[in-house]
Design a binder for this molecule. Structure first.
Ligand code: SF4
Length: 223
């Protein structure tokens, strides 16, 4: 890990102006209601049921949703299978009409470019790359299947940098101009509180690490 780059990132993060993406999302919803006389389509990248619970509840009021599960970062496969089956269970219980697209699981291939960044602390370069890869896949699918919008549930997590996630979304929307990126900070505006209620109500499995083997090892140093 480049320690100087990490220190510079932390310093810049502390001092730089932060956009309140929750307020941005409220403005977007207002504009969407003015522009459309129907619910536009939105492809929602979801990494697990816990993170998806509140964004699904909120966004389903405004969009025709499709869930996109492309999470080859998750290790091992048993954990991937568990998170996917919890997501199916949650949808079945909360909103069974929402379709789910699952891309092929290939953790070995997915992790190759991340290996040189394996010592990065969580929430730095390796993770930025990981957010970008999965979001780019979502944009590509959304463009190919003519979705109006795309976004990810990841901004609900306190462990993830919402500024970075939304900046990545903004950059990708330039590469895929036919799809609009929906900016978000799902943790704000009561999102985290509602998430907790939904997790308790549906007894959702709450994993104790982000997903990849490096995050597993950091959380389980005993192996
Ligand atoms: S910690 Fe999470 S976001 Fe970071 S690389 Fe691993 S799976 Fe991706």
């Amino acid at each position: 890990m480049n320690k100087e780059a990490y220190a510079a990132y932390l310093k810049q993060r502390k001092s730089s102006h932060k956009t309140n993406y929750y307020l941005v999302s409220l403005k977007e919803l207002e504009e969407i209601h003015q522009k459309y006389d129907h619910k536009p389509s939105l492809l929602l990248h979801a990494c697990c049921a816990v993170c998806a619970s509140f964004p699904l509840e909120l966004l389903s009021q405004h969009f025709e949703l499709t869930v996109f599960f492309n999470n080859s970062n998750i290790w091992p496969q048993a954990e991937y299978d568990r998170r996917l089956s919890e997501l199916y269970r949650y949808l079945q219980e909360a909103n069974p009409s929402i379709p789910v697209v699952v891309t092929p699981y290939n953790n070995e291939e997915y992790m190759k470019p991340l290996e040189p960044m394996k010592d990065d602390p969580e929430g730095f370069g390796r993770c930025f790359y990981c957010y970008a890869v999965r979001l780019r896949e979502a944009f590509a699918y959304a463009e190919e299947h003519e979705f109006d919008f795309v976004t990810t549930v990841m901004s609900i997590s306190r462990q993830k940098d919402s500024q970075k996630i939304n900046e990545i979304g903004r950059s990708l929307s330039r590469l895929y101009p036919s799809v609009s990126y929906f900016y978000s900070d799902f943790k704000k505006g009561g999102g985290q509180l509602r998430q907790k209620e939904l997790v308790d109500e549906h007894q959702l499995y709450r994993q104790d690490y982000c997903g990849c083997i490096y995050s597993y090892t950091a959380t389980h140093p005993e192996g």
